[in-house]
Design a protein around this ligand. Structure first.
Ligand SMILES: [Zn+2]
Length: 539
């Protein structure tokens, strides 16, 4: 059966049918680069990466527009934007009220500089929002590549695959001016602080993606529409396209507003950037061609919190600009990640970053596997225990490939291939696919070259074994067995010897005190049969 994928727009599981089955055009709303991305952000981005890699796989079958089956491999052009302007602190506000995230970041960096906690290599001026954005953008891309996100790997060669909002102001203004001319947008407010809003009442299908109606939104819809600036708007759900504000730190000449030629500088709202960059980058011929041919893209993804207002607003402004029925025909929204069964929280220290986890000795390949292994429409639950399990799974997979390469030629295992393909084609049932792979590996103590080849083919979309670093050996000093990531030192060795002596003389209080001392140093110790002690990094 060809791939079926849940579509948020139709709220049903349906065949994924791109315009051209040989070349899919895919857009993902990328990070706002005002802070480091955490594992919750990466769960969503990696689900999109898994989908993109599955679409590219020779194993993936699609349905074409004639209803025939189309076998991969195929090309996917995947674009992910970098939001470096215009995204306000209060995400749920359709009209961009709230504080600019860059200014929040500037304060954070200033505080970090004062307290000396900024990374030593950081050259960033807290008063320069462009530098702040570039600082966090570089860190995001580095994490994204370490986690195998193909769009970030490809963007090294072709930066236009990860365009910056600030690099596309001209394109945003082109769309805004077009919407003003058509009456789908209007200007309001007093000179110096004017705004251009999208007129939601001019787009009949507004609300179709999220299930909101204009009437509900008019009534406030549970606080989903911001109270500020309501008096100058035609409808409470009208959203900001451009704000005139000459005092803003990031500002550009404003779009041309018919009949008003004295606008000061300003900055774009958040939503408009994705229309400009998705159509501008994914439609051959860019924005002009998109408008002339009423073009749309095949696939669009973002976190579930993007559905409203962000994606609703993207659809409205894009369809009014192009005159097409769709902005994207298929909408893909992975669910949030939980940590230890609870909502992630900064104060509880559960908003892990990749840097936190690699500092504890975890391999990015294991982090990737842990973040992709749950179905994208289920709330995944991240835990350190889960990450340890994923580490072992990743290492087992890699050993299987390495052993298979040394084995007999063998025959391809079509039963496993079919099981994995049918799981992946059923709305990316990754847990089913991983289950089939693990059972196969368990039942195959002597893998063949054909087994290694098949696992390598699976790994082209899983991207776990190709990321996995060679596991360093544990070091045995005679006194203790040091797990990878812990460097033996005289201090540790001496403490372990004192502890062994205390235990021998049955002074358990002294032995426990030494264990506590090692714990305070960030180490965990475990007594092994035969009297040896294993030292690892405490989690
Ligand atoms: Zn977006």
């Amino acid at each position: 059966m060809p791939l079926k994928l849940y579509n948020t727009l139709t709220k049903s599981l349906e065949p994924f049918v791109p315009q051209d089955p040989d070349h899919i055009r895919f857009y993902t709303c990328g990070p706002t680069v005002y802070d480091d991305a955490h594992i919750g952000n990466f769960r969503s981005f990696l689900a999109a990466d898994l989908l993109r890699r599955w679409l590219e796989s020779p194993l993936c079958t699609l349905t074409d527009t004639e209803g025939n089956e189309h076998q991969g491999p195929r090309q996917v052009t995947h674009v992910m934007n970098i939001t470096d302007v215009g995204h306000m602190t209060d995400d749920d506000n359709a009209d961009g009220a709230g504080e600019d995230k860059m200014e929040v970041a500037a304060r954070r960096i200033l505080e970090a500089k004062k307290s000396g906690t900024l990374p030593p290599d950081a050259k960033v001026d807290p008063n320069n929002p462009f530098q702040i954005a570039q600082f966090y953008e570089a860190r995001f891309k580095s994490d994204a590549k370490a986690l195998g996100m193909k769009v970030a790997i490809d963007a090294d060669k072709d930066p236009s695959l990860m365009p910056r909002a600030t690099g596309n102001i001209k394109e945003m203004k082109q769309v805004i001016e077009d919407l003003l001319e058509k009456g789908d947008a209007y200007a309001a407010g007093s000179p110096g602080a004017r705004a251009i809003y999208f007129n939601v009442q001019s787009f009949e299908r507004y609300g179709k993606l999220s299930g909101n109606t204009l009437d509900q939104l008019k009534g406030g819809a549970g606080g989903r529409v911001d109270e500020s600036n309501q008096s100058e708007k035609k409808h409470p759900a009208d959203f900001l396209l451009w704000k005139e504000d000459a005092s803003h730190k990031m500002k550009w000449p404003s779009p041309r507003v018919p009949g008003q030629d004295n606008w000061g500088d300003g900055y774009p709202g958040w939503h408009i950037e994705c229309t400009a960059m998705a159509l501008g980058r994914l439609i051959p011929g860019g924005l002009n061609a998109a408008k002339a041919t009423h073009a749309h893209i095949d696939l669009h993804s973002g976190g579930e919190d993007n559905i409203f207002p962000h994606h609703e607003c993207e659809i409205a402004q894009s369809c009014c600009f192009t005159g097409a029925d769709h902005f994207a025909t298929h909408w893909f929204h992975p669910r949030f990640l939980k940590v230890d069964g609870q909502k992630m929280s900064k104060s509880k220290g559960t908003m892990h970053t990749l840097a936190d986890l690699t500092a504890k000795g975890f391999d990015p390949a294991a982090v990737r596997l842990e973040l992709i292994k749950t179905h994208y429409r289920a709330n995944a639950d991240f835990s350190i225990q889960g990450l340890k399990d994923s580490t072992r799974t990743a290492q087992r997979w890699k050993r299987f490939i390495d052993a298979g390469k040394q084995g007999h030629p063998g025959e391809p295992n079509s039963a496993v291939r079919d099981a994995v393909v049918s799981a992946m084609n059923e709305d990316l049932n990754i847990a089913g696919a991983i289950g089939a792979i693990n059972k196969w590996i368990k039942d195959t103590p002597d893998p063949t070259q054909a087994d290694a080849e098949l696992m390598t083919q699976f790994d082209a979309f899983l991207s776990v074994c190709d990321l996995l670093q060679d596991t360093p050996e544990a070091q045995d000093t005679g006194i203790a067995l040091y797990q990878p990531g812990v460097t033996p030192s005289d201090e540790i060795e001496s403490l372990l010897q004192q502890r062994a002596a205390a235990k021998k003389s049955k002074d358990f209080a002294a032995a426990d005190a030494i264990r506590d001392q090692l714990t305070a140093m960030g180490l965990s110790i475990m007594d092994k049969p035969g009297g040896k002690v294993e030292v690892a990094i405490a989690n």
